[in-house]
Design a binder for this molecule. Structure first.
Ligand code: PEP
Length: 262
């Protein structure tokens, strides 16, 4: 059953590249990366580049993701963008990234409503969860993971849970954070098991096994294989290294070659 899940490499470009630069970068990646049936490669450019890239992208090669969305479909929310407005551009949306949680103070309720908006709009939510360094120091790792998981999924039914992707991203491992250090595979194994155990409690064991769980945090071409080999980890969310074509293409090639079925 495990091997029925897709593998993913997701690039989070964050607030980098103008539309012109994003378009040139996509062109570069398109020339270097061959489509693969085994691997779904997803690019998350800035909101401002989504329309341009959606016209340019070969969707058999890459899918697009938004880095955020609003929880409503329309309305008086100055400066916000809804999935109803962009769902023709994207197949995925990143929700609850730690930069949204801790820089923009997004609440668990907002995150849950965004997950719900994604499902309602036919866009796959990539729900990011992960403990901070302080949670870990205080022995609160499991409760932080559980609470973000359960809160984020609280409006997701049994019928819809396999449409959600979970990205485990310990905040202390994200490269842009001061003092970031790469996670140890053992930490990721424990988190993956905890996440699946909790999914099984709510949705049942068989359904829990269908949910894709990714890892993200300081992944580069030298560390990607080690993370991809972890049983139960279905791919990677890559930040900084996804901005460098040689790094990103190398990670994609590694992912094509790694098998980690349980
Ligand atoms: C991220 O911010 O989601 C991320 C994984 O970043 P980095 O790879 O740079 O740690």
């Amino acid at each position: 059953m495990d091997n029925a899940r897709k593998k993913y490499i997701i690039a989070n470009w964050k607030m980098n590249f103008t539309p012109g630069e994003a378009s040139l970068y996509l062109n570069k990646l398109s020339n270097k990366i061959q489509p693969s049936r085994k691997l779904q490669i997803v690019l998350a450019p800035g909101m401002v580049s989504l329309q341009t890239l959606s016209l340019q992208v070969n969707r058999r090669q890459f899918k697009l993701a938004a880095q955020n969305c609003h929880w409503s479909d329309y309305g008086p929310y100055t400066g916000e963008v809804s999935l109803t407005q962009i769902r023709s551009f994207v197949d995925y949306v990143i929700i609850g990234h730690s930069e949204r949680r801790y820089v923009f103070n997004e609440s668990e309720k907002q995150i849950a409503d965004k997950v719900s908006a994604a499902i309602r709009n036919g866009v796959t939510p990539i729900l990011c969860i992960g403990e901070t360094a302080l949670d870990r120091k205080d022995g609160e790792t499991n409760s932080a993971i559980n609470s973000q998981l359960m809160n984020g999924l609280r409006q997701v039914s049994k019928e819809d849970i396999d449409k959600v992707i979970i990205a485990y991203e310990p905040v202390w491992a994200i490269s842009s954070n001061k003092g970031a250090k790469p996670a140890n595979p053992i930490d990721i194994i424990e988190a993956e098991q905890l996440i699946r155990k909790n999914l099984a409690k709510i949705y049942g064991k068989d359904i829990a096994e269908k949910v894709s769980i990714l890892y993200g945090g300081s992944v580069n071409k030298d560390t990607a294989a080690g993370y991809l080999e972890i049983p139960g980890i279905d791919g990677l969310l890559v930040g900084n290294a996804s901005l460098i074509a040689d790094q990103f293409c190398a990670i994609v090639e590694i992912a094509k070659g790694v098998r980690n079925e349980r």
